[in-house]
Design a protein around this ligand. Structure first.
Ligand code: PNS
Length: 163
C-alpha cells in the first residue's frame, strides 16, 4: 500500500490544490493532505480553519485524510508510514523550487521520493497569494477556489478588516 503526503500551506485551498488532491487519490492508495502549521508565517487562516476548509471539500472521500504538521516534512512522513511526497507543478518557476525541495528531502531521507504532478492548464495560474490579493480588493474569486469555500473566504476578509 502506497501512502502519499501532499503538503502545503493551503492558505486558502484553491482549485489547483483540489485538482492535485483528486488526481493523487487516483494514483495512490492513501493520501494525506498535510497542512503546515507555520508558526513564523502570517497566514490569513489559522491551521484549524485551513484543516476544516479542506475537510469540507474532500472529507467525504475514503482514501484521503487531512492533518496538520510542524517541523520537517520527512519526519511527518515517517510517523505516518508514508514514502511519497506529492507536489503540484504549475510551470517552470515552480520547478526550480520543487527540485531543490525534492533533493533536500531526499538527502534527509533516502526512502522518500517526490512525485510532481502537472496541474491542469486551467489551474496553472492560480495561487493562494493571488486569491488573497483579489479578495482584499473585493474582486471575484469564483472558479479559483472550491465553491463551498467562497463565502468563508470573503467573510474572513471582512472580519480581518473589521467590516
Ligand atoms: O504551500 P507551500 O507554502 O509552498 O508549502 C511548503 C511546504 C509546506 C511543502 C514546505 O515549506 C515544507 O515542507 N515545510 C516543512 C519543513 C521542511 O521539511 N522543509 C524541507 C527541508 S528544508
Amino acid at each position: 500500500m502506497t501512502t502519499a503526503v501532499y503538503p502545503g500551506s493551503f492558505d486558502p485551498m484553491t482549485n489547483g490544490h483540489l485538482d492535485i488532491m483528486l488526481r493523487s487519490m487516483r494514483i495512490f492508495d492513501r493520501v494525506i493532505v498535510a497542512v503546515l502549521n507555520n508558526i513564523d508565517k502570517r497566514c490569513m487562516f489559522t491551521v484549524e480553519e485551513r484543516l476544516a476548509m479542506i475537510k469540507k471539500v474532500v472529507g467525504n472521500y475514503d482514501n484521503i485524510e487531512v492533518k496538520s504538521f510542524e517541523g520537517l516534512l520527512v519526519d511527518f512522513l515517517k510517523v505516518e508510514g508514508a514514502d511519497v511526497i506529492v507536489k503540484g507543478l504549475r510551470g517552470v518557476a515552480d520547478f526550480d523550487y520543487e527540485i531543490q525541495m525534492a533533493h533536500t528531502n531526499k538527502k534527509l531521507s533516502q526512502d522518500i521520493d517526490t512525485v510532481l504532478l502537472m496541474t491542469e492548464p486551467c489551474n496553472s495560474y492560480i495561487s493562494s497569494s493571488n486569491i488573497k490579493q483579489i479578495v482584499h480588493f473585493e474582486g471575484d474569486i469564483s472558479g479559483l477556489v472550491p465553491d463551498e469555500l467562497l463565502e468563508e473566504i470573503y467573510a474572513k476578509e471582512r472580519k480581518n478588516r473589521g467590516i
